[in-house]
Design a protein around this ligand. Structure first.
Ligand code: NAP
Length: 285
């Protein structure tokens, strides 16, 4: 079984991105918007900032108190959204309950929405329009499959999970690649049989090591999106990695798998957002 580590894909993506930035008059700027001090958010922010600075992308941390009012946050968010310096916005979610998160996803400028949370970008993804932004995690899955040279056209891909963040957008991205897609969820019957029918199996469930080796068919490519903590307090995926047998063609580990590639896809989106915005500004002059 081949183990595909996220860093291998990240390194392969790096040079193209660096040379794209080198050709720009000014480096792109990503605003990272965080409300409160949730450890998950802080860890993701640190990782994203490190990846961006390694590529030469500028970042700006926009941090607000956890008890900020909905009105005050909307006003501050609109200021970031309207700042001509800002090329992309990453909003760390979930937001505290007093903030109307849906309203923010509707306010964000789709051209700066580099994590694909706005209804406009969601619609573009569903309509197969190339100029929108898909959520970074499902795109990271496709990026890994392509890097590994997995032939996608005509393949049966089974996705476990139907969230708006991972499962549903991934179904759209894989269909665009001409996969035949089955999406499973908590009410799916005979989950093991359905999973075993997949030539590509993607787990995006959020349940520690829920799928063991018996869910993967011989020759399957297994991508694990889950990020969980197991009973020993260690980070683990939705797949019990150690139970996958040698007949599996390829699998991604957790940690160090899909999550690692997610921030590089974010960087790719920030560069594209900056280029598109600057081209438009040039045209409008
Ligand atoms: P989510 O919104 O909680 O969705 C989980 C999905 O799994 C739901 O569709 C749910 O079905 C399904 N599910 C739950 N229990 C199931 C079961 N027993 N059998 C079959 N399906 C089941 O989670 P999410 O936001 O998509 O995230 C999924 C995982 O990915 C989490 O571990 C999260 O931490 C991780 N994640 C990683 C990244 C990254 O960068 N690597 C990014 C985002 C998320 P129902 O719809 O029927 O409830």
């Amino acid at each position: 079984m081949e183990i595909l580590k996220g860093m291998t894909v990240v390194n392969a993506m790096k040079e193209t991105m660096k040379s794209e930035i080198a050709q720009m008059e000014q480096a792109p700027l990503l605003a990272i918007v965080r409300v409160g001090e949730r450890p998950d958010d802080c860890a993701y922010e640190r990782g994203a900032m490190k990846r961006m600075s390694g590529l030469g992308i500028r970042t700006r941390s926009c941090v607000f108190d956890a008890d900020i009012s909905n009105e005050a946050f909307q006003e501050a968010f609109l200021a970031i959204n309207g700042d001509p310096e800002v090329d992309g916005i990453l909003l760390l979610r979930p937001l505290p309950s007093q903030i109307d998160e849906k309203a923010i996803t509707e306010l964000i400028d789709p051209k700066k929405d580099v994590d694909g949370i706005s209804p406009v970008n969601m619609a573009k993804l569903f309509m197969g329009e190339p100029d929108g932004f898909a959520p970074c995690t499902p795109e990271a899955v496709v990026e890994m499959l392509k890097f590994a040279g997995v032939e996608l056209a005509g393949k049966h891909a089974v996705i476990v999970g139907r969230s708006l963040v991972v499962g549903k957008p991934l179904a759209m991205l894989l269909m665009k690649e001409n996969c035949t897609v089955t999406v499973c969820h908590s009410r799916t019957k005979n989950l093991q049989d359905v999973c075993r029918s997949g030539e590509i199996l993607v787990a995006a469930i959020g349940k520690a090591e829920m799928l063991d080796g018996s869910f993967a068919a011989p020759g399957a490519v297994v991508l694990d999106v889950g990020i969980n903590v197991n009973q020993e307090g260690k980070l683990c995926g939705d797949v019990a990695f150690d139970t996958l047998d040698a007949s599996v063609a390829l699998a991604t580990p957790v940690p160090g798998g899909v999550g690692t590639v997610t921030t590089s896809v974010l960087a790719k989106h920030v560069i594209r957002a900056a280029k598109q915005r600057r081209e438009h500004a040039q045209r409008d002059k």
